[in-house]
Ligand binder design. Structure first.
Ligand code: ZN
Ligand code: ZN
Length: 305
């Protein structure tokens, strides 16, 4: 199962299955619960098992903190129109984390996470987040959305990123996918965030098409195959995988960027998750790094990479 759930009818796809929708919004009501299950499945017998298990529990918390939250209203029409006219994302990343509704989610997430079994280092980091005042918490969230997380506080920012993901998925879910427009290479049309990975999907109306997936809000946007997800270059693109790999997760390498972003063939395995399977294939990032190719995908659960 994808974390986008059963695709709902998309007006852009009806009657023309050869034209995939430009964007598909996340469904926060199912996204985190499914991802939690995927982390648990991937944890079995994996070298990274304890970390994947912990992330599964953190995704459970992301799912649970949404209980009883008020619905997110869509942005005013003038905001949508202005964003579209200027090819800008309708969600303002910096303003979104200064919002009271974000702080409510962050508070809930910290409280719930304290009940979760986790490694000692993570628990110590959580205690520091719990002790942080509102100003410090906003600063953490700002660092997450700006992708400028301080190396000395990576563990704290995992919790801030988890809260940001919940908030942004809810903001994105309130948008109208048919009104989103491309906002530039390597940028989410809903929130401007960088991709975590990309997926070749089996969705009705989009079968075999590739979508980049936003690291922040989980919106997916159509991006043709054999084209760098970061810079848009189509020359010098190659695909690599771990020796003996099953071909469902590869690194799409761009010579121009000297970077790679993972491509997940969800069309071959519908259970693949753009975040969980990205973390679980860290060995591929290590192999690529050893060859001088940096990791281009941004994953809040692989911060520091
Ligand atoms: Zn986004
Ligand atoms: Zn590139």
């Amino acid at each position: 199962m994808s974390d986008f759930g059963v695709p709902s009818p998309d007006p852009t796809a009806i009657g023309d299955t050869s034209t995939p929708p430009f964007a598909r919004l996340p469904d926060p009501e199912t996204l985190f619960a499914r991802r939690a299950d995927r982390f648990r499945t991937l944890a079995k017998g994996a070298d990274l098992g304890p970390y994947l298990d912990f992330l599964g529990r953190l995704c459970d918390v992301q799912d649970a903190v949404q209980d009883g939250l008020p619905d997110v209203p869509p942005p005013p029409p003038e905001v949508i129109a202005r964003a579209k006219a200027h090819a800008m994302p309708p969600i303002d990343r910096t303003a979104a984390v200064a919002d009271e509704s974000f702080m409510a989610i962050f508070d809930r997430l910290v409280a719930r996470a304290r009940e979760v079994d986790m490694p000692d280092a993570a628990r110590a980091a959580l205690a520091r987040v719990a002790d942080a005042d509102a100003t410090a918490r906003v600063a953490m969230a700002e660092a997450v959305v700006a992708n400028r997380i301080p190396v000395e506080a990576l563990a704290e920012h995992v919790f801030a990123a988890a809260a940001v993901q919940v908030h942004f998925a809810r903001l994105a879910a309130a948008l109208d996918a048919t009104r989103l427009v491309p906002v530039g290479e390597g940028a989410c049309p809903a929130c401007g965030g960088p991709p975590v990975s990309s997926m070749v999907v089996g969705w009705p109306g989009a079968h075999g098409n590739r979508f980049c997936v936003c690291s922040t809000c989980r919106t997916a946007w159509n991006h043709v195959r054999v084209k760098c997800c970061l810079c848009g270059e189509t020359k010098g693109i190659s695909y690599r995988e771990i020796e003996g790999g099953d071909g469902v997760v590869k690194a799409e390498v761009c010579e121009a960027c000297a970077a790679q972003v993972k491509i997940l063939y969800q069309v071959k395995d519908p259970d693949l998750d753009p975040v969980a399977d990205d973390v679980a294939t860290l060995a591929l990032d290590i192999k690529m790094r050893d060859e001088g190719i940096r990791r281009g995908g941004v994953d809040p659960f692989l911060i520091g990479w």
